[in-house]
Ligand binder design. Structure first.
Ligand code: MN
Length: 360
């Protein structure tokens, strides 16, 4: 469930019967963040019924997030609605429709595709077709048998290999991508792409900054080129990526840093704690003011800190000990336990007392 409001993106749209056909069997839906183009077929206006059924089902599906499952569900419901409609005498048996449905949520674009209507993205002046047609000519192009230009005049150019309204198990292709501010999404029926090549579409979309003017210019150009079929176009400007999304990303980023810092602090605290515990169990002897002195902890500084606690000063003069021992005591002699330190002190004392006796 969506709880926050998403800023509406500038959008333009138009559908037109064209110059030849009697009916407009194309339908469109602009219900941000959802945008749909459907191109119906079936003769005697049944295509109109099919495309309208699909559009109405999508309208009722109330899709508000870029959720692929919700989109697939709406496609399946549209498909059943058309099959049921034909059975119940709405439209005709065999009627069907293409469907290109796009949802924009923050910087995510999701497209469901069936048939030969298309989604394009204009990025930095370059027009890129996002969807792949389900059509005979698309298959001929991908197998290298004909070129893109030849496809536009091929006798089977309007034969599609997947549509809503026939196979009860039909599934859409789903495309997902990231959007960036300044990009422009265009959905259209084959009445546009059959009349105008990609370069022309790109020019019109680049030269018309207003999305409604762009949609109008596209339809006009297709009509001027002959308008052989119904023509539909929706133009959506990704004027800005939803600041909510950026904020959310920033928040995620901040959380990332916070967690990292916390782990770092815990590691350092653990290290310090461990070192402290180690120091509390360590002992060393050192020459302090010429006397052998016992400390708990570690001699000198450990990572810039003195980890040592005075225990006791003996009355044993360092000078009474052998020179090597005396020089070691300048730095400090570490012991692994208090008992070991006491044993060493006892040895020193013995040595010292022996020495003082012999000197008497
Ligand atoms: Mn068409």
């Amino acid at each position: 469930m969506k709880t926050r409001s998403q800023k509406a993106l500038p959008v333009g749209s138009r559908t037109d019967v064209g110059q030849i056909r009697e009916h407009n069997e194309d339908s469109l839906l602009v219900k941000p963040p959802l945008y749909v183009v459907a191109d119906g077929m079936g003769g005697h206006a049944a295509g109109e019924v099919a495309s309208e059924l699909a559009i109405r089902t999508f309208e009722e599906a109330a899709i508000t997030t870029a959720d692929p499952e919700a989109l697939e569900r709406a496609v399946a419901e549209s498909n059943s609605a058309i099959i049921r409609g034909a059975r119940e005498g709405l439209g005709r048996a065999g009627m069907g429709t293409t469907l290109t449905a796009a949802v924009i949520e923050d910087d995510r674009l999701l497209v469901a595709q069936i048939g030969d209507s298309r989604a394009y993205l204009l990025q930095k002046g370059q027009l890129r077709q996002i969807t792949r047609d389900h059509s005979v000519v698309a298959e001929l192009i991908s197998s290298g048998q004909i070129t893109r230009e030849e496809a536009r005049t091929h006798p089977d150019r309007s034969v599609i290999t997947r549509a809503l309204g026939s196979d009860p198990h039909v599934r859409p292709d789903i495309y997902e991508m990231r959007l960036h501010a300044g990009e422009r999404l265009m959905l259209c029926s084959d009445g546009l792409t059959g009349m105008l090549n990609t370069a022309t579409l790109q020019n019109i979309l680049t030269e018309n900054p207003d999305p409604q003017q762009a949609a109008d210019a596209l339809i006009d150009a297709a009509n001027n080129a002959g308008g052989h079929d119904n023509i539909t176009a929706i133009v959506v400007d990704v004027s800005e990526v939803d600041p909510q999304a950026e904020k959310r990303q920033k928040r995620r980023f901040t959380w990332g840093i916070a967690v990292f810092l916390l782990v770092f602090v815990l590691l350092v605290a653990g290290a310090i704690g461990g070192l402290y515990a180690y120091a509390r169990n360590a002992f060393f002897l050192i020459d302090e003011g010429g006397q052998v002195t016992l400390y708990r902890g570690l001699p000198g500084e450990t990572m810039g800190v003195r980890l040592q606690w005075f225990e006791e000063q003996t009355n044993i003069p360092v000078a009474s000990l052998p020179p090597t021992t005396a020089s070691e005591l300048e730095e400090g002699i570490q012991t692994s336990s208090f008992d070991e330190a006491k044993t060493i002190i006892a040895n020193y004392r013995e040595h010292y007392e022996k020495q003082s006796k012999s000197s008497q």
